[in-house]
Design a protein around this ligand. Structure first.
Ligand code: NI
Length: 250
């Protein structure tokens, strides 16, 4: 049995959530952690986790919300987190310097507000970091938090830094891409440091690229990773579930 530790559900992505959830269950993906990035995604993830025993949520404001969110939004989110025990983490939050027009200072401010929030409510964090590795490390090192580096694709050296800080690496379909070096990095690391995620509806694994991704595709990533480490799917399931329990109160 596997857990999809990072997926997104919004009405624009899927016509029918029930089918997506059932497809996951039919492919031995028995737990989902649904991640919110903005108001709508947060609401959807809370709704799903509140209505399904095996679905959990993380909530937060993605760096692309840095000029959109309000302090009232964060205040409301905090109140929701305190009263809802199916919300198991803060994320995805972080820094994204990939697209033109980003405001570094505003992103850092939003990121730090949410790291403080995570401290206040004593929850792990789910980190989005794109083209912003050094700033992410500098900021995270000020907070003694554990969590997941979502969609990790950095170097072995960067992986070591995150692992020492108490983070697991979120591994998704990117590892199966022909042009990715991630598998070489992972081979040098113990599987004790990873959790599996789809980031659906994005990042569909090879050989299904071009199709919309969904949580059932954890099995494609799991088969790839089990093969990479030369271990059985059962062993990988055992290891990754233990890793999840080290981060999330699930
Ligand atoms: Ni995501």
């Amino acid at each position: 049995m596997f857990t999809d530790t990072h997926c997104h559900f919004e009405p624009d992505y899927y016509d029918d959530y029930d089918t997506i959830i059932q497809n996951a269950m039919n492919n031995n993906v028995n737990r989902l952690i649904v991640s919110g990035c903005a108001k709508l995604g947060n609401d959807e993830s809370i709704k799903l986790s509140s209505s399904h025993d095996n679905i959990f949520s993380t909530v937060g404001f993605h760096p692309d919300q840095a000029s959109i969110y309000s302090d009232e939004d964060l205040y409301n989110l905090k109140n929701e987190i305190i009263k809802n025990n199916k919300i198991i983490g803060i994320g995805e939050i972080g820094l994204d310097y990939h697209y033109d027009g980003f405001d570094k200072d505003k992103q850092k401010e939003l990121f730090e507000k949410q790291l403080k929030l995570a401290k206040d409510v004593n929850k792990p964090v789910v980190i989005h970091s794109r083209d912003a590795t050094q700033d992410t490390i500098d900021i995270l090192s000020k907070y003694n938090l554990k969590g997941v580096i979502h969609s990790f694709s950095g170097s072995y050296e960067v992986a070591q830094i995150y692992i020492k800080m108490g983070f697991k690496l979120g591994i998704n379909g990117v590892v199966t891409f022909k042009n990715s070096n991630l598998k070489d990095t992972l081979k040098k690391l113990s599987p004790d440091n990873i959790v599996l995620e789809t980031d659906s509806p994005y990042l569909t694994p090879h050989p299904f690229r071009g199709e919309k991704n969904e949580s059932k595709n954890i099995y494609v990533i799991a088969e790839f990773i089990a093969d990479l480490y030369g271990i059985s799917l059962e062993k990988l399931s055992e290891i990754t579930n233990k890793n999840i329990n080290e981060i999330f109160d699930i």
